[in-house]
Design a protein around this ligand. Sequence first.
Ligand code: AMP
Ligand code: ZN
Ligand code: FE
Ligand code: FE
Length: 278
Amino acid sequence: MTGEVMTEFRADLHCHSTCSDGTETPEQLVTHAKEIGLSGLSITDHDCINAYHLALPVAQSLGIRLIPGVEFSSSFYGKSIHILGYNYSPESSAVQKLCEMHETRRKERNLEIVNKLRENDIIIDLEEVMEAGEHTIGRPHIAQAMVQKGYVKDINEAFKRWIGDGRPCYAKGSPVSTEETVSVIHEAGGAAVIAHPHLIKERATVKQLLTLPFDGIECYYARLLPHQEEEWVKLAQKYDLYITGGSDFHGSVKPETPLGASWVNEETFNKLVNHESS
Ligand code: AMP
Ligand code: ZN
Ligand code: FE
Ligand code: FE
């Protein structure tokens, strides 16, 4: 057989870089995507949009289609909800302001967490933690420092015993509402998507979320079984929403989830690229 090998179009729409709690730089992520045969990618860092500009020149030179992405933390009736934003304008001052707001919120909250840890004789130097990462610093970075200092055996133990939701050193901080977050993504011309809905404890919350003007649901996700994904696909179809998907790759801190473990086809990718906020 001669001729070009036909490869299926696959785009991973959910991954994290060193701009938040991933271990690969934006440039490395794009190179990695090329190596494993992906055709499209969206880097969705927590509360930070800086990866796009860093990754774009590499994506263009390697022929990877890259769309702006982000994963915003938000609060919905006291519950923590992650919202993916796609194909918004990275120059939008509304999105940039929201990222700045999160940076301030996180600084205050990280200090609160470190102070609570100190009360429990766990001494973590926040300055050191800040140096370990770029842009978005959160609980994964604090957990990593706790491992390095020998207070816990791994990141999971840090969350389970100390800093996970509702644990003794957890701090909520002052979150941004889900409504406001969706509205900022729309103002920037982007599509707002409910991230990993299966991680939302109560199904009733998902139904309530769907009363907001979301554009899509993340239906394909690493380690979800096909019949579980199908359930979310049906819900998205019922509400006439985009059916998105991605791995939620974090690099070596979460080795069980490889890049490209979940993906969308060209048709879905193009729908997001052509999305216009109504
Ligand atoms: P934060 O954004 O600072 O509230 O931290 C939440 C992030 O921590 C999540 O997005 C996950 O990436 C990570 N995380 C949450 N629980 C765990 C856990 N048990 N082990 C490792 N990472 C976790
Ligand atoms: Zn993360
Ligand atoms: Fe998430
Ligand atoms: Fe994520």
